[in-house]
Design a protein around this ligand. Structure first.
Ligand code: NAP
Length: 323
């Protein structure tokens, strides 16, 4: 087997390629670039593609996948495609509708993974981020256990092979796991995770429940000014990361990705640059020593690039709990 296609088993019998390609388009970049980049990513070897309703690129990404199927590079079953339920669709009666909208844009029959994007329901409507006339966010109260039951129905309808969550804290995950009548556990929790926020408690908890932790912002995020504090430290410029990279004749990005591989996570990397995409795939053929791992662990300083602090008044804001 091609070691670059290493997979992790999911608790529902499916499996996921450990390294995924992120498709969130940074500000000022035209969405058409997602089409070109996704085709290049598939050519570079990526088989796990992470997207979401929020990213507004599903038409382009779907077209890229279908064109790589049409030219014989891959078959549909080779691709592991993730989409996410945006919080304005948290009401149970809107969940399947949201997935069907994604499938319609993608022109695919099913997704491999459907995630609740955030545990913070927002009022339904046309606005992605709904606000009142004073600009105040319009929160909504929905029992996430009801949302989860609607996610389970999407799996049973064959529209999503697997279902999971994203940005849930431990308490919120436990609430789903302890739901009376639970049919399917979340297969994963996709959360921000990198050496500055190593999520070791969440990782231990997920492992104990047979839930895969999928790391995003593994390279320290795209530093998009809409979401990320521009004064936050740049992960890939960290001297410890740089020193380890130099020792192994690799780049800091490769060390940051290899760190997650050796911790047993699935992890995403976004690059729309062909050379860096290929570089991000070259992480299966070297090994960090226990000392390297310890030094990388020592970099943890609870820096969260995606704090979404505007959402902090939401009763379900997940990042107030420290696990
Ligand atoms: P990321 O993957 O940590 O970092 C991407 C940034 O690193 C881009 O600016 C990219 O630039 C650069 N880069 C990529 N490879 C590099 C390399 N080898 N050397 C140097 N720089 C490199 O962060 P992200 O884009 O914020 O997140 C990745 C994916 O995670 C997203 O696309 C999305 O799919 C997912 N995500 C999910 C959530 C959620 O709430 N569930 C939140 C955020 C992100 P170039 O493109 O120019 O190479």
């Amino acid at each position: 087997m091609d070691h670059r296609q290493q997979r992790v088993a999911l608790n529902d019998g499916h499996s996921m390629p450990v390294l995924g390609f992120g498709t969130a388009v940074p500000e000022k970049v035209p969405v058409s670039e997602a089409l070109v980049a996704t085709k290049l990513a598939i050519d570079a070897g990526f088989r796990h593609i992470d997207s979401a309703y929020l990213y507004e690129v599903e038409e382009e990404v779907g077209l890229a996948i279908r064109s790589k199927i049409a030219d014989g590079t891959v078959k549909r079953e080779d691709i592991f495609y993730t989409t996410k339920l945006w919080p304005t669709f948290s009401r149970p009666e809107l969940v399947q509708h949201s997935l069907e909208m994604s499938l319609n844009k993608l022109q695919l029959d099913y997704v491999d993974l459907f995630l609740i994007h955030f545990p913070m329901p927002l009022q339904p409507g046309d606005q992605i981020i709904p606000r009142d006339e004073n600009g105040k966010l319009l929160f909504e109260t929905v029992d996430l256990c009801d949302t989860w039951e609607a996610m389970e129905k999407c799996k049973e309808a064959g529209l999503a092979k697997s279902i999971g969550v994203s940005n849930f804290n431990r308490r919120q995950l436990e609430m789903i796991l302890n739901k009376p009548g639970l049919k399917y556990k979340p297969v994963c929790n996709q959360v921000e995770c990198h050496p500055y926020l190593n999520q070791s408690k969440m990782l231990d908890f997920c492992k104990s429940k047979d839930i895969v932790l999928v790391a995003y912002c593994t390279l320290g995020s795209s530093r998009d000014s809409r979401w990320v504090d521009q004064n936050s430290p740049v992960l890939l410029e960290d001297p410890v990361l740089g020193g380890i990279a130099e020792k192994h004749r690799r780049t800091p990005a490769q060390v940051a990705l290899r760190y997650q591989l050796q911790r047993g996570l699935a992890f995403l990397a976004k690059s729309f640059n062909e050379k860096r995409m290929q570089e991000n795939f070259q992480v299966f053929d070297f090994e960090l020593t226990p000392e390297d791992m310890k030094a990388l662990h020592g970099l943890n300083r609870n820096i969260r690039y995606f704090e979404d602090s505007e959402f902090s008044p939401h009763p379900n804001y997940p990042f107030s709990d420290n696990e």
